[in-house]
Each structure stands twice: as structure tokens, then as C-alpha cells.
Design a binder for this molecule. Structure first.
Ligand code: EPU
Length: 438
């Protein structure tokens, strides 16, 4: 066992170099989901004891969350396992009951998921003092839905210069209807409601598989939650002292799974994406099929085959079970070389189009009109020097580089390392011409 230590800075320095590749063949194992594990880690604030989390991706955001939770009083250690490259890390989280409520601002403002300590801290201790959350820059990312829900449960908030102070004299259950099925707000309210007095109902709750994963962990800690996976969650509060620590395995990352599938789409090939859960990706699989890919479930993953040019299809992002906004940079990249013209509509983050400028450097023909992108497929991309603007767009630029003639250099790869567990190694093992260079 070893004390939790960050990825070395070296891992996030340098550039990724990619060249035209394909066909890709073999098997890739999907790591655990970033957007689940960060919240699972926050849930460990709720009850004293020793937790074990498996299938934890080796990514920068987990490092930052571990740092934040350590400052709040948890002890986080890595448990040695035989094959962390495939299976992810195993973490032991010790909650000895000595929890602080002031989250150091310089850590909290680096990731969006830091806001997910607000629900557990208010639920358990009735106070929290935290920076407004950071994360990828897609334009404004307010937290008003979180705060309104928590206020309905009895919390009050004041804003300091760059942060938020929350107080509650014991949270109580409430009937909360979310104006938008926000992932983060649903998770925060869930964790706040677990040990509130009485029953909380969250209507128009987000239904992402990562929320189901959090519900399962909370349930195994002793929480009473009904409606898991539906738009209406009902949480019957229990005494905080009746909650206990647990062991849990992080759900597979559907966005990382989609990334390897899109690489097959761009390069051609025949790949088994081990661990991918097809029922979590149905709408995307149907679009991939419409574009000409062959998708088949297996006993433990998804088999994907692709050859020849893809066909253009229109895409609209929506909350789950719709097409996730996190898939969009991959889809726009694929449409960039598809046969025909497609309109891609972004319904979650109007500002999430910054990577398009980078895709144009490859020769892609894409124009933006409000929250729509019009993508006219070109026959070939040409290698370019590009900058990763955020996690998912960074990965999409790597995938573009695999289909572009000549060399591509992707810079600012610390964004990719925040959310991808060895993207380069996994792609290279499938035969892609890609490497990290200092
Ligand atoms: N929104 C509000 N008010 C709120 C909360 C959200 O207006 O109080 C708006 C947001 O501005 C946005 C929309 O609602 O327009 C959706 O936001 P949501 O709260 O659902 O997203 P999030 O919890 O901040 C998570 C993921 C994102 C992913 C979105 C949508 C984490 C850490 N982040 O963010 O993942 O794009 O859900 O699915 O779970 C990524 O992994 O690269 C990433 C950005």
C-alpha cells in the first residue's frame, strides 16, 4: 500500500504525435468512468470507515479530487494490484470522522466535480466553504440548480469574493423539481438527502449511468434510494450514524469506450472494446450504425468494425439517454471525413465548439451558426499542429491525427491526461501510429 501520489508532472508534459494509421485491430479495455469515480470518492465523506474503490482510472482529475479530499480529512492510499494498466487503480479511502468543511480554494477551483463535496458536507456537518468549481471552459457553468435544491432542504448560501459559503442547521427532506436534469445537481442533492430528516423527491433528475453508479454505492452504504435510473429519485433519509463504508467498483467509462470506437471509425478496423456497456450507449451505437459502422454486443463488451467512408448523419446532444455532449467532439471529427453534410446541434453547452478551429487546421470544413455546427465532409485530412482545448476535444484531435496524412502534433495534452487513462498506450496497442514525445 502506498500513500496517494499524483501522476508525475512528466506524464502531462510534452506533446502527442500521431500519423495516419489503420486498420486498428485487437482488444482495448475500457477504464472506469471519470464522471463516476470523482463523485464516488466524494461520497466517502458521508460515513466513517474504510472504503475500497476499484477500477479507478489513472487520470489527473482523480489526483486533484484525492488532494481535495485529503485536505478535508480523508486518507487515500493506493492498494497494489497486479495489472493497474488494464484494471485501473484500487484505492483505499479512510474516513476517521475528523472532517474539515473548508475546501482549499486553489484545489477546488481546478475541477468541476469539487462542487460535489457540498452535498455530503452540508448533509453531514451543516457547513461548507468552497471555491466556485472550475473545470473545462464551455462558457458559463452555473450551479444555481444545485443551490436552489439544497435551499429547499434548508441550506442557506452566501457568496464570498471567489467562493461559496453554505450553512444548514440539519437538512430536511423536500420535493425538488429540477428545471434541467443537471448531472452535478442530481448527485449533490442525492448525497445531501441521504441523511436528511424525512423524504426527498428529485423530479426531472439526471439519469446518466454514472448517477446510477453513485446510487448503488450510496445504497451499499445504507442509504434508502428508490427510482435508480429513472427521472424521479426518492431518498428516505437515515441517521448519519447508521451509514457505513463500503467497497465498490467504478462503472466503465462510456466516453472513453466511444473514443476507441471513433478511432476505429476513422482508421478502419476490427476491435473488441472490452468492458464497454452497450446499454449505456444505445443512442450513440444507433448513430454509429447509421454512419456505416458494424456494432455488436459481446459477453463482456462491444465489438466494432468499420471500413470505407462513413455516411453523414445529423446529431443533437441531449441529457441521457440522448447523445452525450461529451461524445460530440468525436462525432464532429468523424463527420469531418464522412460522405455528405451534417448539422450538429449542441443543447447543453452553447460554448462547446472551441475545438472546431483546431479541426479546421486539418482541412475540415466546419462552420458554426449559434449552437449548430455545419460539417461538410471532406475526403482527406492533413496533419497539423493543434492545441487540446479540453479533455474530450483533446482526445478527438488525437483521433483526427490518426486519419490525417502526414504528422500531427497535439499540444496542451495535460487536458487529455485529466480524463484519459493512457489514451496513447491503448491506441498504440491497437496498431495506431501515436506516441508521446517530450
Ligand atoms: N446547469 C445550470 N445550472 C446548474 C447546473 C447546470 O444552468 O446549477 C447547466 C450547465 O450550465 C449546462 C447543463 O446545465 O448547460 C448541464 O450541466 P450538468 O450540471 O448536467 O453538468 P456537470 O455536472 O457540470 C457533468 C460532467 C461533464 C458533462 C456534463 C453533461 C462531471 C465532472 N462532468 O458536468 O463532463 O459534459 O455532466 O453530461 O461529471 C467531461 O467529462 O469532459 C465533462 C465536461
Amino acid at each position: 500500500m502506498s500513500e496517494y501520489s499524483r501522476l508525475s508532472d512528466d506524464q502531462s508534459s510534452g506533446v502527442i504525435v500521431a500519423a495516419q494509421s489503420g486498420p486498428l485491430t485487437g482488444e482495448v479495455t475500457v477504464p472506469g468512468a471519470k464522471n463516476s469515480v470523482l463523485k464516488l470518492m466524494a461520497a466517502a465523506l458521508l460515513a466513517d470507515g474504510v472504503y475500497e474503490l476499484s477500477h479507478v482510472p489513472r487520470i489527473g482529475d482523480v489526483d486533484i479530487m484525492a488532494e481535495l479530499l485529503t485536505q478535508l480529512g480523508l486518507r487515500i492510499e493506493k492498494i497494489a494490484i497486479p495489472n493497474p494498466e488494464q484494471d485501473g487503480q484500487k484505492l483505499r479511502i479512510v474516513n476517521s470522522g475528523n472532517i474539515a468543511t473548508v475546501a482549499p480554494f486553489e484545489i477546488a477551483d481546478r475541477i468541476r466535480a469539487s462542487v460535489n463535496v457540498v452535498g455530503p458536507l452540508l448533509g453531514r456537518l451543516g457547513e461548507v466553504d468552497i471555491a466556485l468549481p472550475g473545470g473545462d471552459d464551455f462558457g458559463g457553468r452555473p450551479i444555481d440548480i444545485h443551490l436552489r435544491g439544497l435551499e429547499a432542504m434548508g441550506a442557506t448560501f452566501t457568496f464570498s469574493d471567489d467562493g461559496l459559503i453554505g450553512r444548514a442547521n440539519g437538512l430536511h427532506g423536500a420535493d425538488i423539481s429540477l428545471e434541467f436534469p443537471s448531472v452535478g445537481a442530481t448527485e449533490n442533492l442525492l448525497m445531501a438527502a441521504v441523511c436528511a430528516t424525512g423524504t426527498t423527491t428529485i423530479a426531472n433528475a439526471a439519469r446518466e449511468p454514472e448517477i446510477g453508479d453513485l446510487c448503488l454505492m450510496l445504497r451499499s452504504m445504507g442509504a434508502h434510494i428508490e427510482g435508480i435510473g429513472t427521472q424521479q429519485l426518492v431518498i428516505h433519509g437515515v441517521a448519519q450514524t447508521s451509514l457505513q463504508s463500503t467497497t465498490h467498483t467504478t462503472v466503465a467509462d462510456r466516453v472513453q469506450a466511444a473514443t476507441y470506437m471513433s478511432a476505429v471509425a476513422m482508421c478502419g478496423g476490427d476491435v473488441h472494446v472490452k468492458g464497454a456497456i452497450i446499454t449505456h450507449m444505445e443512442m450513440l451505437m444507433s448513430r454509429f450504425t447509421d454512419m456505416g459502422m458494424t456494432i455488436a454486443p459481446t459477453d463482456d463488451g462491444i465489438h466494432v468494425r468499420s471500413s470505407g467512408r462513413l455516411s453523414a448523419v445529423d446529431i443533437s446532444t441531449l441529457p441521457y439517454p440522448g447523445i452525450a455532449t461529451d461524445y460530440k467532439p468525436l462525432l464532429v471529427t468523424m463527420l469531418g471525413v464522412s460522405d455528405g453534410t451534417a448539422v450538429v446541434t449542441e443543447n447543453l453547452y452553447p460554448g462547446r465548439f472551441r475545438y472546431i478551429e483546431e479541426l479546421r487546421k486539418f482541412g475540415a470544413d466546419i462552420t458554426i451558426d449559434g449552437h449548430h455546427a455545419v460539417v461538410r465532409g471532406v475526403e482527406h485530412l492533413t496533419g497539423a499542429v493543434v492545441h487540446a482545448p479540453d479533455i474530450r476535444a483533446g482526445a478527438a484531435l488525437v483521433v483526427a491525427g490518426l486519419a490525417a496524412s502526414g504528422m500531427t502534433e497535439i499540444r496542451d495534452i495535460h487536458h487529455i491526461d485529466r480524463g484519459y487513462d493512457d489514451l496513447v498506450g491503448r491506441l498504440a496497442a491497437l496498431g495506431a501510429a501515436v506516441s508521446r514525445v517530450d
